[in-house]
Write a protein that binds this ligand. Structure first.
Ligand SMILES: [Zn+2]
Ligand SMILES: [Zn+2]
Length: 348
């Protein structure tokens, strides 16, 4: 099969023929038709995250990509939920144990035995990929391959974070919440999802163009970061939650400053570890009753809920680039240089 393969960390990927993977028990082989490019690909490719690099090396993983969409071509032993011809996604969560406390409490995202696409098993920037059947969401016919691809990581990560405002933070609809980094790849989904959930959405970003974009996608208030705290305090006495997508500690600082008492901080964006920690003083936690939640990607039922919103026209993908697999090095370079606004998808 044709695949984009890492030969050396951070060096151009090589498009070559490699052996097709074989589905093990419970797994399916998916013929990939579209594969979204995520900023995480860049970090993995350059070997920025040592623990991820270590696991990739240990498992001989050299193919990136965790936003794959395709059709089941072969099923492994014991597969019962999926069959040949089903159109499915291949997201970051490739498998989980199903029996540990995290899995049984509804959060396989934090299963210690989880298998991640492009980390423990080869990814989706290739003609074929494998996934455990329980982890592969079925794609509704109303959503095309290219449109579905970025939902696999960016879309579901935003969905999982907004969902926690209901399930964990218990914030009723109608309350004001802030999305920090609202114009970004994840933030623009979060604005639309939070609106669909019935929240009053303060979309925060930096610079005139990005703030205009936040307004266009439907935020109730599109605000520049420099005036966001004052606005939130004066208008609402602070927001009930700040969901932070910005990979900068400054975004976390702003998110905290915008909160009202008993507010929730939902952490999604990952600043470079060199930037330091979230400045959360015990005085703030105790005095304000602040709560903090982490949120990472999403799993099967969250995909189904997100797809319902997409099919209903409430959530749209902002795809700005569609390219052939052979153009992957150009896309990586442009993404690294911050030149791609919205999401890029490879057709395979
Ligand atoms: Zn991703
Ligand atoms: Zn588990």
């Amino acid at each position: 099969m044709r695949a984009a393969v890492i030969k050396e960390w951070g060096k151009p990927l090589s498009i070559e023929d490699v052996p097709k993977p074989e589905p093990g028990p419970g797994e399916v082989l998916v013929r990939i038709h579209a594969s979204g490019v995520c900023h995480t690909d860049i970090h993995q490719w350059k070997g920025d995250w040592s623990s991820v690099k270590y696991i990739m090396e240990k498992h001989g993983v050299r193919i990136l990509g965790h936003e794959g969409i395709g059709v089941v071509e072969e099923v492994g032993l014991g597969v019962s939920r999926l069959r040949k011809g089903d159109r499915v996604g291949v997201p970051w969560m490739n498998s989980w144990c199903g029996a540990c406390e995290s899995c049984l409490s509804g959060y396989p995202h934090w299963c210690p035995h989880a298998v991640n696409t492009s980390v423990h098993v080869n990814g989706t920037h290739a003609e074929y990929a494998i996934i455990h059947e329980k982890a592969a969401p079925k794609i509704p016919k109303e959503i095309g391959d290219v449109e579905a691809a970025p939902l696999m990581c960016a879309g579901v990560t935003a969905y999982g974070a907004i969902r926690k405002l209901v399930t964990e933070a218990r914030i009723p609809p109608g309350k004001p919440i802030a999305i920090i980094g609202a114009a970004g790849g994840l933030g623009h989904y979060a604005v639309q999802i939070a609106k669909a959930f019935g929240y009053v959405v303060l979309g925060v970003d930096v610079g005139e163009d990005r703030v205009k974009f936040v307004e266009k996608i439907g935020a109730d208030y599109a605000i520049d970061a420099k005036s966001a705290e004052k606005f939130a305090k004066e208008k609402f006495g602070g927001v009930y939650a700040s969901v932070v997508f910005t990979p900068k500690i400054a975004g976390y600082e702003l998110g905290l400053m915008m909160l009202r008492p008993l507010g929730a901080l939902v952490s999604v964006g990952l600043p470079d570890v060199k930037e330091g920690v979230i400045p959360l003083y015990p005085l703030t936690v105790v005095g304000m009753g602040i709560r903090v939640f982490g949120s990472v990607v999403g799993v099967t039922h969250e995909f189904e809920e997100l797809f319902n919103l997409v099919v209903a026209g409430k959530v749209k993908s902002h795809i700005t680039m569609i390219a052939d697999l052979s153009e992957i090095n150009t896309i990586f370079k442009e993404l690294e240089e911050g030149k791609i606004v919205g999401r890029a998808v490879l057709k395979i």
